[in-house]
Design a protein around this ligand. Structure first.
Ligand SMILES: [Zn+2]
Length: 110
């Protein structure tokens, strides 16, 4: 059994799945753990069943860079969805982070 290091965990399994996609798209094999447990409604303490992402140690640095980039909200790398200005209702492509019409900011994701 190859050694693995945990690089990410979050109670939201959809979010973990999204991050896994980003990592795998970067060419890094990624192992998902606690995935099934996360969707359950049992009495387990949440911290014990959060979905986790594990990678081989030699990939950890690269995977963490992918996550760091995602956390910075790198729009171009990630292919953000279109968004609608909460102030004036104008529609925008994901690469823009401000409304060109009223100057409003793109709503935070998550
Ligand atoms: Zn606007």
């Amino acid at each position: 059994m190859a050694e693995r290091v945990r690089i990410f965990q979050h109670p939201d399994s959809l979010l973990v799945g999204h991050v896994r996609n980003l990592i795998e798209r970067a060419g890094i094999p990624c192992e998902l753990r606690n995935w099934m447990l996360a969707g359950g409604m049992g009495d387990l303490a949440p911290i014990d069943c959060e979905p986790e992402l594990w990678v081989a140690p030699h990939n950890a640095e690269r995977a963490e860079a992918v996550i760091a980039q995602w956390r910075r909200g790198d729009a171009l790398a990630e292919g953000l969805p279109d968004w609608q200005c909460p102030v004036c209702g104008e529609a925008h492509e994901g690469v823009f982070d401000r409304c060109w019409q009223c100057g409003g900011s793109r709503p935070e994701r998550e």
